[in-house]
Design a protein around this ligand. Structure first.
Ligand SMILES: [Mg+2]
Length: 220
């Protein structure tokens, strides 16, 4: 038992291009609703550098929260994500349009114990695409999902580590970085070689569609 959930999710792919899409801060807003959640708990996230730990402060004494405290708050946030998280602007429409010519699969780094609530949030947001919830590295998961198929594949994530993991394990994939929160996006460093930065979901749709049509396998 590896803890990997690919079999549990029973993802069935068609013979069409594949878009593997992250959820937090990509399909669903994360930073903005997490800020609202923190405020409700007497804390504040100040986007002064490109990280969470160190930038979350207690409002009563202005002390920065340590990693352990941030982890507890993240766990509480995910447990009640349906109260906070919404689709990123144009995400549902863009994925719906792309899904007419491609398979869309969510690959979320969420602990599998939160998968039912996440599923409900995605469905309610108009994004009913299959989902893999795993805390394992995204590169091997993407590789297992796509296999050796001679079909175009694209991967979208806000976290550079995940993009680089997929670059290592599925080198033919188009890598796209998207961050819903403009404040954090402005603080982000260069995403690294071979990663396309999408301004927003409509731009992401154009980039992915272009890649899929340019890499269509020869007929026959
Ligand atoms: Mg993410």
């Amino acid at each position: 038992m590896t803890g990997h959930t690919l079999e549990d999710d029973q993802i069935e792919l068609s013979d069409r291009p594949l878009l593997i899409c992250d959820v937090d801060e990509v399909a669903l807003e994360f930073v903005s609703p997490f800020m609202g959640f923190l405020n409700s708990r007497g804390h504040e996230l100040r986007p002064v550098s490109f990280r969470l730990t160190g930038n979350i402060f207690a409002l009563d004494d202005d002390a920065a929260l340590d990693q352990a405290a941030v982890s507890v708050l993240l766990e509480e946030f995910y447990a009640e994500q349906d109260k906070w998280q919404r689709a990123t602007e144009s995400a549902a429409e863009t994925l719906d349009a792309l899904s007419r010519d491609a398979d869309v699969v969510f690959l979320t780094a969420m602990p599998p114990r939160h998968r039912a609530i996440r599923r409900r949030v995605l469905d309610a947001a108009g994004m009913p695409f299959p989902m893999i919830a795993s805390e394992k590295a995204k590169g091997p998961a993407a590789r297992t999902l796509h296999g050796d198929r001679d079909l175009p594949v694209a991967f979208v994530d806000d976290i550079f580590r995940n993009l680089h993991s997929v670059r290592d394990h599925l080198p033919q994939a188009l890598l796209v970085n998207l961050m819903a929160h403009t404040g954090f996006r402005a603080l982000a460093p260069n995403p690294g070689e071979g990663v396309v930065v999408a301004r927003d979901w409509p731009h992401l749709g154009e980039v992915v569609r272009h890649h899929f049509s340019a890499h269509r396998p020869a007929a026959g």
